[in-house]
Design a protein around this ligand. Structure first.
Ligand code: NAD
Length: 270
């Protein structure tokens, strides 16, 4: 386990250079697993958790993205452990969690972030697109949650954060599969929270609105304009907006928060 960082408190109260370390001290040495971590929101979640002092196991189906991800994170050395995983593979997910605990001795945080879209009106949606989206976005979170909770129960601590969506709260034309998967995550979140609260394991969800990533970059301009017109704050969110909320829920700062869905969407969902 990484050494606990030495904290030097400055006598000069205007010198805040050490404040970040001070605020984040309790997270040092924690082990986090983040799925879909090689780009977009997942990558920013890794950045926040690393900044908080955690060791991050970043998993993604696309290992070719890891080099750029590592560079973007400022070469965090052994605090970042990149591993390939298809989160729809239940056995592989369980093996990954086992391997993480074997390597680091514990697992403190799981962020179920991996997600995809296969949009289309429901009358034309084929079974393959329905099933794939449910598998990647929802089934995976169950596999990961089950695997980490077995260790977290023994540790008597842990925090699980699921990345849902505004579409899961409200539904969205052309996204029957995606909305169903993201709504399912909310049910999974609340049930996990209720089953594991007595073991000091928390489970919460973040519901992003319209966020600037490669997932939304492919949308036609008309769809983007339509989405923007519905955001009270009149701007798309950034991956960092989401990552900050995830970090709060993953960290001790939210110790008494569980079974919640935190909308981070510029005021769309009320
Ligand atoms: P993205 O497409 O930029 O990144 C998703 C990452 O997940 C990619 O690195 C991809 O390789 C990985 N991934 C895909 N399938 C995988 C699998 N089977 N196993 C492991 N990794 C896999 O997407 P993003 O915009 O960063 O979205 C991240 C999460 O946030 C998703 O769950 C998404 O549904 C959710 N979300 C995004 C928005 C938005 O506006 N971008 C809004 C609401 C919710």
């Amino acid at each position: 386990m990484p050494e606990v960082k030495q904290l030097r408190l400055s006598k000069n109260r205007t010198d805040t250079s050490n404040l970040k370390d001070f605020e984040h001290m309790p997270e040092t040495g924690k082990i986090a697993i983040v799925t879909g971590a090689a780009r977009g929101i997942g990558l920013e979640i890794c950045r926040e958790l690393l900044d908080a002092g955690m060791t991050v196991v970043a998993v993604d189906i696309r290992p070719e993205l890891f080099e750029a991800a590592r560079a973007s994170l400022g070469e965090p050395g052994e605090n970042l452990d990149c591993r390939q995983l298809d989160v729809t593979d239940s056995k592989a997910f369980t093996s990954l969690v086992d391997a993480v605990v074997e390597r680091y001795g514990r697992v403190d945080v799981l962020v179920n972030n991996a997600g995809i879209t296969r949009d289309g009106l429901l009358m034309r949606m084929d079974d393959a697109d329905w099933e794939l989206v449910l598998k990647v976005n929802l089934f995976s979170a169950f596999y990961g949650t089950r695997a980490v909770s077995r260790y977290m129960v023994r540790q008597k601590s842990g925090s699980i954060v699921n990345i849902s969506s505004y579409s899961g709260l409200e539904g969205n034309r052309g996204q029957a599969n995606y909305s169903a998967s993201k709504a399912g995550l909310i049910g999974l979140t609340k049930t996990t929270a209720k089953e594991l609260a007595g073991k000091n394991i928390r489970c919460n969800a973040v519901a992003p609105g319209f966020i600037e990533t490669e997932m939304t970059a492919v949308l036609p301009q008309q769809a983007k304009d339509m989405a923007l017109s519905q955001i009270p704050m009149k701007r798309m969110g950034s991956p960092r907006d989401i990552a900050k909320a995830v970090c709060f829920l993953a960290c001790g700062a939210s110790d008494y928060v569980t079974a919640q869905v935190l909308s981070v969407d510029g005021g769309m969902h009320t």
